[in-house]
Ligand binder design. Sequence first.
Ligand SMILES: C[S@@+](CC[C@H](N)C(=O)[O-])C[C@H]1O[C@@H](n2cnc3c(N)ncnc32)[C@H](O)[C@@H]1O
Length: 282
Amino acid sequence: MNQVQSQPETEPAHATSAIEAQYSRGDLRARIIDALQAAGKSLDRLSINDLGLLDEFHLLGRAATTDLADLAAIQAEDHLLDIGAGLGGPARLLAQSYGCHMTTVDLSADYCETAEWLNSATGLSERITVVHADALRLPFPDGSFDVVWSQHAQMNIADKRRLYGEARRVLRDGGRLAVWDIIAGPVQPIHFPVPWADTPNISFLAQRDELRQLLQESGFEVVAWNDLTSQTIESLRAQMAGPAGPTGLQTYVPNFPTKTANLLLNLKEQRIRMLQAVFTCE
Ligand SMILES: C[S@@+](CC[C@H](N)C(=O)[O-])C[C@H]1O[C@@H](n2cnc3c(N)ncnc32)[C@H](O)[C@@H]1O
């Protein structure tokens, strides 16, 4: 695994360490092993299906990833960069289903180490490169990727101009940016804690029109821009009505029931909205 880059110039050090503290857990791998064993899975023959809901740390789960991949027309020959990839579940799904090569970056060393272990355990290491780095200082040359992909990571990043500037820099001309994200709704503030932030100091939700303009100023042209708030509310309601399976996100997200309840409340009260979007760049 590559090393994390030095502190970015635009984010104060305390914000970076607060984000790492939000996500990292010393016992992450042990928790996942316990959950898999409780679900009767064999650690010697692990498939991505065995990992269940814990493999996609975003709303709408695996469906969000496959829908976005279809919208972005992912092909086997594409090299994707997943920014804020977490444990790498979407990267494993894309690498396995589409045959593409994935590079993932995440700020949490804990998540990157666990992602490497899960890639190896599911036999996908050769198609996925895990890099421990900050999205604001991507350690790649200009034009390295066909697609930049990101799900539910930009909510932790204040400097969105730099984030999308970096995304554009590492994309080849004619490449695509695919995002599945939470943005601000018309009613503020939001209820905390939420899965990406226990407290407001690491939550940076963009207003829809400002985000769209910023992306255009960063060199991106809109191909698809879909508000999936209603579908997400229905899906979350259904999920909360059923039993939590042994391999859910509660395995490693502290206080998960409260955070999920706040997500639903924020969605229903129009404090947050769900954005699925694909862009291209000249
Ligand atoms: C809610 S998780 C989403 C993980 C993954 N994208 C998924 O959908 O399963 C957000 C992730 O963004 C990462 N992240 C937040 N800020 C980041 C930054 N500046 N650079 C890289 N990763 C970052 C966190 O460490 C965390 O793993």
